[in-house]
Write a protein that binds this ligand. Sequence first.
Ligand SMILES: [Zn+2]
Length: 361
Amino acid sequence: MHVSEYWERQKWDWDSTEYTGVSLQIGDNKFTTAKFINNRLSLSLAELERTHLFSSHYNSFGGPAVFSNDMIRSFYSTMTIKDEKGVDHILVRDFLESRGYDESIISYWTDSLIRNFVLQPEMQDGPLSVVRKNNTVFIDLYYIIKGDAADLNYNGVLSHLHGEGPYRDFVAQGFKLWEDTYFVDGQEINAYVNLHEKAESHKKTQKYFTIDISRKSGTPSVSLGLFRNWAYSYPGNMTIRTGIKDNDDLEPDYVMIDAAHELGHILGLGDAYDVVKNRWAPRSREDNYNRSMLQNIADYGFNIFSLHGKDVKQNYLFRGAPLNSVPKNDIMRGGDEISDFTFKLVLDGIKTNEMRHYPKR
Ligand SMILES: [Zn+2]
């Protein structure tokens, strides 16, 4: 089933009958007055008025702030409803539509009879969106692939395999490793990864992150740039290194694992390495043999000073290590499995919109 069809079918699946409570969050605003009125999700107008969501509307009409609150109220009057006490509530769906938000970026799910609704406005046309619709999670990635190795094949210097590739496909396959069933907070969750490489014809407002697939050897990374924090609207840019330049072609399986790990950073996760030495241990005897001592030393030096993510620096400097809750083979711990714990951190991001770090020992 095509994803957009799925969304069509799930459209406003906001039936209230089984739930006792509602939790509504739009951006950083966590509302306390949300409730269902006639099965429709609503929010008190007074609470909405206290947020920038409401007041910024009239600025978007284009003129200076010449509209009074009353005028704004009258604009919204067609989408308000009174609760049983006669208090004005705004219909959340109508309000969001009027603000131009696509319902595809609205997450909803149920925890212990509480119906949760979360919308992160910056997911709209952003390079990354993570949206939960009940027990299905859609990870949508919008990216541009560049780099001198993107269209090159793996030529298996040591294993004598030839012509597999190109590398851009291994990266895409690595992203798809996140498609799995996870068990989070007592619920089974199916995750899908939708890849949207920038096409010739594309939506003008859509933003992309870049994936640089390089011929050089070295450690893959996600770079956020100086003084930038992770956000859905700015998840960083990825570099994948293939080693082709040194006749040291990285095997497809390793590229996939690298891509999956780096996608973890794009999704806002820190690293979970135990100690820094684990990170640069040779991946295999062949791998070790294939790299010269000098290259190993150069990689090591390079890696220490280009650590991607605040927490890995701290892990290195302070020998912090994750708790046992993170499986040893977790993708963010240098392994090749995406654990339930890691996926839970991804889901937490829907609410926090901040980088999530693994616990320290
Ligand atoms: Zn990492």
